[in-house]
Design a binder for this molecule. Structure first.
Ligand code: NAP
Length: 323
């Protein structure tokens, strides 16, 4: 491959982080290629996690709210307007021993990478762990949610449930008491995994009740969640909970397996970046969005970090004379 075939920037992932990085790097005349993900996949579909939500009311600039998929169509169109190139494929292998770096789509055993680039921006996102029940996909955004900050507001004066026993579950439950008439935390054991301070706060909150030793076995409702079925693992009893909302808070998983051995990851799998920047420690490789953010996990913070990655990449290209 000759040097002119090496791209300035390849962006892996097309959620708010990747597409914001695309807008910025396209406007900096870097002609980015965005490898968007695979349309058939639920974990790395183009557009990211917002494609699985309905109303988004906390993204600034949309006073009336916007549908998640519609917002991502706008992000994409904005990046294309400035010349970002998109391909709806899945990255199967990377080689970050450059720069230039190699990125494969299709056969990961091919001897040559499909694309080579001086700078690579990783924005592969994360996914919420799900219970694996049949109705989950259908009811996500219709009473079923994985984000209290995003959706709590829609459940004013309703009885809702949260599944999980970790810090996330308690944080979501405490937040949801601002809106809900009652919040039931359904946990599969009789002891919480969450930190002591979060447990104390949750136990002291009158709006929260706990359903111990219960697993969710069914989610009810056709177009809208109308209740959940639970099974008590101690008594063996099955029962139904009349809730209109269910928040699943059993953890998140960053989509970073692809980078094992190539990029530094934290113990929980999230990519390690320099504090306050998107640099990964590998020359010319930058990370942004939920793949490296285990704290905020919001569309707007992902977009902000995508902007940072594009600016970091642009400055790095400039300073090294690449591109
Ligand atoms: P986590 O600590 O891994 O807790 C996951 C919880 O979900 C556990 O209670 C687990 O049950 C339960 N669970 C897992 N799979 C399940 C399934 N299939 N069905 C039912 N329940 C299931 O995850 P997290 O709460 O998201 O926290 C992740 C990390 O972020 C932790 O280190 C946490 O401390 C941190 N965090 C901190 C804060 C804070 O300090 N404010 C807030 C959020 C997160 P078991 O307990 O039985 O395994």
């Amino acid at each position: 491959m000759v040097e002119r075939d090496i791209r300035n920037v390849v962006i892996i992932g097309s959620g708010p982080a990747g597409l914001t990085a695309a807008v910025y790097s396209a406007r900096a005349n870097l002609s980015p290629l965005v490898i968007e993900g695979e349309p058939s996949s639920t974990s790395d579909q183009p557009g990211g996690q917002l494609m699985l939500t309905t109303d988004v009311e906390n993204y600034p600039g949309f006073p009336e709210g916007v549908l998640g998929p519609e917002l991502m169509v706008k992000f994409r169109a904005q990046a294309q307007r400035f010349g970002a190139e998109m391909i709806a494929e899945r990255v199967t292998r990377v080689d970050f021993s450059g720069p230039p770096h190699g990125v494969w789509v299709g056969d990961p055993n091919a001897s040559e990478p499909t694309h080579r680039a001086w700078a690579v921006i990783v924005s592969t996102g994360a996914q919420s762990l799900m219970l694996g029940l049949e109705a989950e996909e259908r009811l996500l955004g219709h009473g079923l949610s994985t984000c209290a900050t995003c959706d709590g507001f829609f459940f004013r004066d309703q009885h809702i449930a949260v599944v999980g026993g970790g810090d996330s579950a308690l944080e979501e439950a405490i937040f949801l008491t601002r809106f809900a008439s009652k919040v039931t935390v359904i946990h599969r054991r009789d002891a919480l995994r969450a930190s002591k301070i979060m447990q104390d706060r949750a136990f002291a909150n009158d709006g929260i009740e706990f359903l111990w030793n219960n697993v969710v076995t069914g989610i009810l409702g056709e177009d809208k969640l109308t209740g959940v079925e639970v099974h008590n693992t101690v008594s063996g009893e099955n029962s139904k909970l009349d809730v209109t909302g269910l928040f699943i808070a059993i953890g998140h998983r960053p989509n970073t397996d692809l980078f094992e051995g190539q990029l530094q990851r934290k113990e929980n799998g999230y990519l390690l970046t320099e504090p306050g920047a998107s640099r990964t420690g590998v020359e010319g490789v930058f990370a942004c969005g939920d793949a490296q953010d285990d704290v905020y996990r919001q569309a707007v913070t992902a977009a902000g970090s995508g902007c940072m990655a594009a600016i970091d990449a642009e400055r790095w290209l400039e300073s090294t004379g690449h591109g």
